[in-house]
Design a protein around this ligand. Structure first.
Ligand SMILES: NC(=O)c1ccc[n+]([C@@H]2O[C@H](COP(=O)([O-])OP(=O)(O)OC[C@H]3O[C@@H](n4cnc5c(N)ncnc54)[C@H](OP(=O)(O)O)[C@@H]3O)[C@@H](O)[C@H]2O)c1
Length: 246
């Protein structure tokens, strides 16, 4: 029988390429996002894709949708990828931008976990994958909202893994670097080691299939950021400030 996965944020970028990759491998893919038109297009391109128009910040809609699934519907993998990025000004913090960012990147992940965890196909080593980011490895300029939300969700994933350790569910934390998607196309700064979303999808598929607990790609960026983190604290802060001025 075909395996089944659910991917949030599947109407665009990395979620879309990941949905198409899983579908091409013969999986049944529940593709979740708000844009019904984009999801319909995706489903038209591959019959393994089932469009699910949902807002991950609407926990009532999530509860109703999961309650309405056919009895016995289970998922072998759930990939919580929906996310948003807004930059802020430190001297005039936009509280609404923080609320929007945390609603999708943190509360949306928690709500999806709440309603989808019971639907994981226990007994067949299912995966719950949560997409954070390398942004929280280093203090980037204007990333107070985005970076903080990704730090929060990384912690959430790791704490969840501890509490699910006696189950057969693999909690996989995904921390990408720069991926060429609509989210990063609005960036006006240089993005080192920018990766194609199709490459990201391949790594996600392989990493989850191999039962990895953490995925970081591209590895070169992770190495650079982690090395910067080993420097004396004040030196690291100076480098971060220098980057801001560039
Ligand atoms: N691109 C990068 O360099 C990069 C690096 C590290 C981490 N990430 C993370 O990777 C994930 C995917 O990013 P991406 O670059 O592929 O961005 P993207 O192209 O902008 O895609 C974001 C996806 O999230 C969906 N989404 C946003 N808000 C939603 C909501 N309230 N409910 C349901 N779906 C929602 C969007 O669909 P709708 O608008 O149709 O709802 C879209 O499908 C995000 O979590 C992002 O933070 C990206």
């Amino acid at each position: 029988m075909a395996k089944t996965c659910l991917i949030t944020g599947a109407s665009s970028g990395m979620g879309k390429t990941t949905a198409l990759h899983y579908a091409a491998k013969g999986w049944q893919v529940f593709a979740v996002a708000r844009s019904a038109d984009k999801l319909a297009e995706l489903a038209a391109s591959n019959s393994n894709v089932k469009p699910v128009s949902l807002d991950v910040t609407d926990s009532v809609a999530l509860a109703n949708w999961t309650a309405g699934l056919p009895a016995g519907q289970k998922f072998d993998a759930v990939i919580l990828n929906a996310g948003t990025c807004e930059y802020v000004e430190a001297t005039d913090l936009d509280l609404a931008a923080f609320e929007r960012t945390f609603a999708v990147n943190v509360q949306g992940v928690v709500a999806c976990t709440r309603y989808l965890l019971p639907l994981l196909n226990k007994g067949s080593h299912p995966t719950l994958a949560i997409v954070s980011s390398m942004s929280h490895f280093f203090p980037f300029t204007r990333a107070e909202a985005y970076g903080a939300s990704k730090a929060a969700v990384a912690y959430f994933a790791e704490s969840l893994r501890v509490d699910l350790a006696d189950t057969d569910i693999n909690v996989c934390l995904i921390e990408p670097g720069f991926i060429d998607t609509p989210l990063t196309r609005k960036n006006d700064f240089e993005m080192p080691f920018l990766m194609a979303p199709e490459d990201a999808a391949k790594r996600i598929f392989k990493g989850i299939s191999d039962g990895k607990t953490r995925l970081r790609f591209p590895r070169r960026l992770s190495f650079v950021l982690k090395t910067l983190g080993l420097l004396p604290y004040n030196l690291r802060n100076k480098i971060a400030s220098k980057m801001k001025q560039q």
